[in-house]
Ligand binder design. Sequence first.
Ligand code: HQG
Length: 194
Amino acid sequence: MLQKKKRQPDGQQSLSKFLSLVLRHQPELVGIELEYHGAWANVEALIDGTRRRGWTIDRQILDEIVRTDAKGRYAYNAEGDKIRACQGHSVDVWMDYQPVQPPETLYHGTTAYALDSIRAGGLKPMGRQYVHLSSDEGTARNVGGRRRGETIVLTILSGEAGRCGYTFYQADNGVWLVQALPPDFIEFPSLPTQ
Ligand code: HQG
């Protein structure tokens, strides 16, 4: 039976998860809004609002999370008074990503359950603004592994897709993004022979 995870208001990892929820999906949880241009949040308001939700947080703790996050999920602006998630948003924001021709191959981690649908309709952003792709297979495998069921790593013919007019972006933390991708540019694992 699945056990409901207990919230740990002091754990830095769970605080980081909460911040990513706020900065990507639900800023209203701490009573703030994200700027439409750049998805920036005011640092003081974020800290105050997060504290009101029962978390232990101050500027020092936030600095530590930004500095040590394994995926570089968050970034401050140059002045250090605003913060944002580098990618992964579902809220309606405009990110200043610049189009860039991707490497020949990128990877997307998913689950066996999604395969038929991806084979038919390609990769779609689902709840987020973009489809997320990784430059290395291991990272993609970890992303896919967060889901139930068998993890599948799809190879993306990104170089070819870029030359065919699909626009790719790279977030500040290195994650590759594309609006959607038809199945023609996706290499699927071969079906098991009966
Ligand atoms: C799947 C993590 C059916 C897709 C990672 C995925 C990532 C389809 C799910 C970031 C589909 C969407 C994003 C289609 C795509 N039919 N299923 N046509 N097209 N899917 O969470 O890529 O650790 O929105 O394969 O590092 O899993 O949170 O995207 O399984 O960068 O910082 O629909 O989240 O970052 O799921 O993960 P998600 P994702 P963090």
